[in-house]
Ligand binder design. Structure first.
Ligand code: UD1
Length: 353
């Protein structure tokens, strides 16, 4: 049986790996390597438990460090594991430091590398994720892309070989786990009624490391007429505490939510206010409008179809965008595949290996 190594490390990679692992195990031996980039229970173990992801055989436990330090340790340790395990292929997901570390470790040992969620670009080189995407795409042997726009982005950079438009694996995750959202008690616990609250997540460096952005976002929130549920990423929590930033009274801060609770919150929010990439798409799949607290997005189709608006961190723009996106004409189009991305990836891997 051919052996695949999947590298995970940060929360969104666990959500992407879950449906794919289910399909991979029918045909391949999969070994999971967790870099430990995310280590808090709410950002890591809860997903292994809830989503039934096979337990990682290796955990590098890299923890929080500066970018170079964190990436360097992961590269050193992943190389050792690849030498030991001798996989036929390595799969990396998304755009985190764990992605680029896994990619470099694989290609330097001449092990074929597959990048899932390839071809995305924000064209903002100040984002660490943009470097991770560009480098990983340029060294990957097989590129699984979520949609047509990603195919075009790669072509502009001369990458046209072994590009497979398989759709977005996070659509598979939503379809797989949405069924369980009926079991969630989160709305009762938070005392919110469906479509009568906002949901927000904030964790991007451009917002958390810029205090005036955080303050401006919270000023907008203070002017909203409904409760805002804010599952707080530890990075953001740290910045709020160390800078004594006041959280408005209508914002309900909670621990980072597990996936089933998060799906329930996303599905039932009136509008989602987020700087996350993944949540913009999840909102789109669950038919909840969103306002993106950034000035650009990799998921431009969500905007073209009327479900999402860019507002940056500007107080007035955030408030206007919330009104506009509620009223906007919205279209349904399967721009990121049909929710069978895992199967398509397995078909490609079967043909190649
Ligand atoms: C990382 C990814 C980002 C992804 C996000 C999902 C990079 C460059 N960034 O950002 O693309 O969208 O994950 O959440 O890879 N921390 C904890 N506990 C944890 C993890 C982090 O307290 O379990 C805190 C630490 O203070 C750390 C900070 O969060 O310094 C940043 O963590 P890190 O994993 O480096 O980046 P994220 O902001 O989570």
């Amino acid at each position: 049986m051919k052996k695949i190594i999947t590298i995970v490390g940060a929360r969104p990679q666990l959500i992407k790996a879950a449906p794919l692992s289910l399909k991979l195990k029918e045909r391949f031996e999969e070994v999971i390597v967790h870099t430990g980039q995310h280590y808090d229970y709410e950002l890591s173990d809860i997903f292994f438990n809830e989503l039934k992801i096979p337990h990682p055989k290796y955990n590098i436990s890299v923890g929080s460090k500066s970018h170079g330090h964190q990436t360097g340790i992961m590269l050193i340790e992943i190389e050792k594991i690849l030498l030991e395990e001798k996989p036929d292929i390595v799969i990396v997901h998304g755009d985190t430091n764990s992605t680029i570390a896994g990619a470099l470790a694989a290609v330097k040992l001449h092990i074929p590398l597959a990048h899932n969620e390839a071809g995305l670009r924000s064209f903002n080189r100040l984002m660490p994720e943009e470097h991770n995407r560009v480098v990983t795409d340029h060294v990957a042997d097989i590129l699984f892309v979520p949609g047509e726009n990603a195919v075009k982005n790669l072509a502009k950079e001369g990458i046209v070989k072994n590009v497979y438009n398989v759709g977005d694996v996070m659509f598979d995750s939503i379809l797989l786990f949405e069924k369980l959202s009926g079991n969630s008690k989160i709305l009762d616990e938070l005392k919110v009624a469906p479509k009568n609250f906002y949901l927000s997540t904030i964790h991007r460096a451009e917002n958390t490391d810029n205090i005036s952005n955080l303050v401006s976002i919270f000023t907008a929130f203070s002017k909203l007429d409904k409760k805002i549920i804010l599952p707080l990423h530890p990075r953001t929590k740290g910045r709020i505490e160390s800078n004594n930033i006041a959280i408005p009274g209508n914002v309900k801060v909670i621990q980072p939510a597990g996936y089933i609770d998060m799906i329930t919150l996303m599905k039932n929010a009136e509008v989602i206010l987020t700087d996350s990439g993944g949540i913009q798409k999840e909102a789109f799949y669950l038919k909840t409008p969103s306002v993106t607290l950034r000035n650009e997005t990799e998921w431009i189709e969500t905007i073209q179809l009327g479900w999402n608006l860019l507002a940056g961190a500007d107080t007035e723009r955030i408030l206007e965008s919330i009104d506009l996106v509620k009223k906007a004409e919205k279209f349904d189009k399967p721009v990121y595949g049909n929710g069978n991305t895992s199967e398509k990836i397995v078909e490609v891997l079967k043909a190649i290996l």
